[in-house]
Design a protein around this ligand. Structure first.
Ligand code: ANZ
Ligand code: ZN
Length: 811
């Protein structure tokens, strides 16, 4: 394609020149305790990899950079920091492949990312750079773990975990996508293993409720609400016949209690072994074994056929002492409610299918549908329910629950879908969990003064066949002294998941070299909460929820001053390949920012990514549009360089003023609302209008154009600011200029184009004052030579006047 190279890209040295000057001037350093109002703008720090930056990163970094730059110009003390999310599997896998040490790989990756970020000219405060794999950093990640342990929010449990046989690692539910390992795509298995768990469920209610306090995108809030999954209903106990045990279930529809015709236990339920009769034993055992191979998703998929086996035992319906057969069925989740479900085929879809398949009774107890055809799942009026007949479902739920409560057989209950967080990884490249196992004292925390527990050097990073982390093979690291009894003890060899370091990194930026606490409380008080946090939608139920949980915990132990970490959360859409597919090496459609910068310069890349589409929507890369952006910047260049040489002509100053103030208003407001694309198009329009005057325009207007452009195309704006003012020292940056103020009055239209029609046909247009009256308009119109020629000596029969729009003469 044939395009004109913009001046700046012809000379990349110009971009570098300004980057160096900005660095020398310390323009982007945030100042603790400064009197200006603070503004903490946070972008999710990059997860390091050998592939370097992606144009997807650039979209969100450049967007927040534009905001940070504008806020500085508006007089805010802006903190826009950056660091490295450095622990995790990709580095470890690369180490296994190449034999290089993860520390070495991390160093190389940081170097690569840093070079790329700097080449884009982002206004990060580099003095606060952090790295989660630095022992000085992870000392505090371990410290937080110890506090969680002391408050019993970190505990060990033997649980069925998702096990990736290829990575040889336990995965959290969130890391399993359609029953495949998120990282390598291998089918995930179930396996019992002792794991460290974090009790995020203790915070479920607050994580849900406090969403009211924050300004998150609606879809982000909705995802968190669903993930937490709060559900109100009734807990109820069914006594088992013959033995002194009972089954506890949770139901949201206790109004259907008289319609229960079976009980189904999860295969993992403790009672299954205990109460299965000898006739059913063989079949039940096989069923339980087979179900362990299935994923939760497979088990609960509504479209999959329901399976189950009668275990031979019965329980009693507490409301009428009816004998209820007990089954085992794998669509019941072991870890929700009580791990058992009372089956009401008439009023629940799954139960209906289950009952049809196994010939269970379908007993209608709520009127409203045709249960011969399908389950009736809505509320209605109770029937076949003895003393509760005639009540509507809502009343019945209350009354029946109170009845159960009185008999001590049940009560109102709230359950959450949220589970505790599996916090162990059997891997090398993560924070060691600071725990010591002592044969005498049990599980003992490492003393705080002994933190950090540093990762020892190993030769082989491969997880062991037993599934233990490679740390387990370093005998002299594992062997240690118990801090309580000084006896021989062993270190915990599991490490933390890579979410650990990213849970609290935004706090460390505020006090990155503090060795006494994770951050000084005064600094935290000054900067927190984060004013704006941007990151991917894929992090909504993982990182965003986890970090809110840790923050609330830190708030409870008085380490941080706010109960929520982020006041405002937004999300960017991903950048797809030119073919509309997700960028991926295997599709060969990955675009590196390096190649674009080489071809067009950093500012074209930045402006293009702001302009490509609405920020929160995903969008395909498009070379044509980038050419258009290139031309736009070229036109700015021409305007700046040639305005002085233009002849002085007649300029409609009213129109110019109006246009200027409308643009200031639009660009400012759109930036605040993160409508970057429309802000850029307003700048394009403004630029076109300035050119269209075809005469020399006042320099003020060009200054304003450059000031408004500066957050988007910083190098460009800075360079032309200085071209415009050759006497100005290079140390006087455009970014030290105040953001242009707009004047509402000036932005309002003073003149409009009135359309003149004759017999409904457009014949001419004239400029008139906005508030011109019909009589004045008539007078003006009839004076127009062109109109006179059309009318000649015809009689004007009627005049239609639409204020601010048109006048129509009927002749
Ligand atoms: C009887 C019943 C009758 C139900 C009816 C529904 C309709 P949410 O809203 O998701 O909380 N349930 C309870 N524990 C379960 C488990 N461990 N695994 C699978 N399903 C379980 O749903 C609560 C409902 O899900 C409960 O209400 C129970 O079925 C089922 F006409 O109880 B219901
Ligand atoms: Zn001990």
């Amino acid at each position: 394609m044939n395009y004109q190279q913009p001046l700046l890209s012809k000379n990349q040295a110009i971009e570098e020149k300004w980057q160096n000057i900005w660095e020398k001037l310390n323009l982007y350093q945030a100042k603790d305790f400064d009197k200006r109002p603070k503004q903490y703008i946070l972008i999710e720090f990059p997860y390091l990899s050998g592939d370097g930056l992606h144009v997807g990163h650039v979209r969100s970094y450049a967007a927040l950079d534009a905001l940070a730059r504008k806020k500085r110009m508006q007089g805010y003390n802006v903190l826009y920091p950056i660091g490295w999310d450095a622990f995790g599997l990709p580095t470890e896998n690369y180490a296994i492949k190449t034999g290089l040490h993860p520390i070495e790989i991390t160093k190389q990756n940081i170097k690569l990312f840093k070079r790329q970020l700097k080449s884009i000219g982002l206004s990060f405060d580099w003095s606060r750079e952090i790295n989660t794999s630095d022992p000085k950093y992870y000392k505090w990640t371990q410290w937080i773990f110890l506090q969680l342990f002391k408050k019993k929010l970190a505990y060990q449990a033997k649980i069925p975990i998702n096990w990736c046989p290829k990575c040889k690692i336990g995965l959290a539910n969130e890391e399993v996508i359609s029953n495949k390992c998120e990282r390598c795509g291998t089918e995930v298995l179930r396996r019992e293993q002792k794991q460290w768990m974090l009790k995020i469920t203790d915070y479920a209610e607050r994580l849900l409720k406090d969403l009211e306090k924050v300004d998150y995108l609606d879809k982000i809030k909705a995802q968190q609400i669903n993930w937490i999954g709060r559900s109100e209903g009734t807990n109820i106990r069914f006594l088992i016949t013959d033995i002194k045990e009972s089954i506890e279930v949770f139901t949201t529809r206790i109004d259907t209690l008289f319609g229960v015709t079976a009980m189904v236990l999860a295969p993992e339920h403790d009672l299954v072994k205990k109460i299965t009769t000898s006739e059913s034993k063989k079949e039940v055992e096989k069923y339980v074994k087979d179900s362990k191979k299935k994923s939760e998703l497979e088990r609960t998929d509504l479209d999959k056929e329901k399976t189950g086996v009668f275990i031979g035992a019965y329980c009693l319906n507490p409301i009428n002492q009816e004998k209820i057969p007990i089954w085992v069925g794998d669509y019941v989740i072991a870890t929700y409610g009580g791990g058992a479900v009372m089956i009401v085929p008439a009023h629940d879809k799954r139960d209906y299918v289950f009952a049809k398949k196994f010939g269970l009774e379908i007993k209608e107890v709520v009127k409203g549908g045709d249960i011969l055809k399908q389950a009736y799942t809505d509320y209605g009026v109770l029937v076949n329910s003895e003393e509760f007949n005639g009540l509507d479902s809502k009343q019945a739920i209350k009354k029946i629950t109170l009845w159960l409560k009185k008999k001590k057989l049940g009560d109102f209950a709230v359950h959450y879908k949220l589970r505790d967080w599996v916090f162990s990884r059997q891997h090398y490249w993560g924070e060691p969990i600071p725990i010591i196992h002592c044969p005498k004292c049990g599980t003992v925390p490492v003393l705080e003064k002994d933190l950090p527990v540093e990762l020892p050097y190993v030769k082989n990073y491969k997880p062991t066949e037993t599934g233990q982390s490679p740390l387990a093979a370093i005998k002299d690291w594992v062997k240690t002294q118990c801090p309580q009894c000084n006896g021989l003890a062993e270190r915990e060899t599991d490490t933390m998941p890579n979410w650990a370091g990213s849970n609290w990194y935004f706090l460390r930026y505020l006090d990155f070299d503090n060795n006494k606490s994770l951050a000084d409380i005064k600094k935290l008080k000054y900067w927190m909460p984060v004013d704006l946090y941007n990151g991917g939608m894929e992090h909504t139920t993982l990182h965003l929820l986890y970090s809110r949980f840790w923050h609330k915990f830190l708030f409870d132990i008085k380490v941080v001053p706010t109960s929520e970490p982020y006041s405002r959360r937004r999300s960017h859409g991903i950048v797809l390949g030119e073919d509309g597919r997700k960028m991926s090496k295997s599709f060969g459609n990955v675009i590196s920012p390096d190649e674009i910068i080489k071809k067009y310069g950093a500012d074209v890349l930045r402006v293009y990514e702001m302009f490509m589409g609405p920020f929160d929507q995903m969008i395909a890369w498009d070379t044509k549009t980038i050419e258009g952006v290139n031309r736009f910047l070229l036109k700015v260049e021409t305007l700046v360089l040639e305005n002085k040489n233009k002849k002085e002509g007649k300029i409609n100053l009213n129109k110019l003023e109006q246009l200027t103030h409308q643009t200031i208003k639009k660009v400012g407001q759109d930036l605040e609302k993160m409508k970057f694309n429309t802000a850029v198009s307003a700048l394009m329009e403004y630029n076109n209008e300035l050119i269209s005057f075809n005469a020399q325009i006042p320099e003020d207007n060009i200054e304003i154009l450059l000031l408004l452009l500066a957050p988007f195309a910083p190098h460009w704006a800075e360079e032309f600011w200085h071209r415009l003012k050759p006497q100005l020292s290079e140390e006087k940056s455009i970014f030290q200029q105040p953001w242009p103020k707009f004047n509402e009055k000036s932005a309002q239209k003073k003149e409009i184009e009135l359309v003149i029609q004759i017999n409904g046909k457009v014949r001419d247009k004239i400029l008139t004052p906005v508030d011109i009256s019909q009589r004045q308009a008539e007078k003006m119109v009839l004076k127009q030579g062109k109109i006179q020629r059309f009318i000649k000596d015809k009689e004007i029969k009627k005049i239609i006047f639409v204020p601010k729009k048109l006048i129509n003469l009927v002749v």
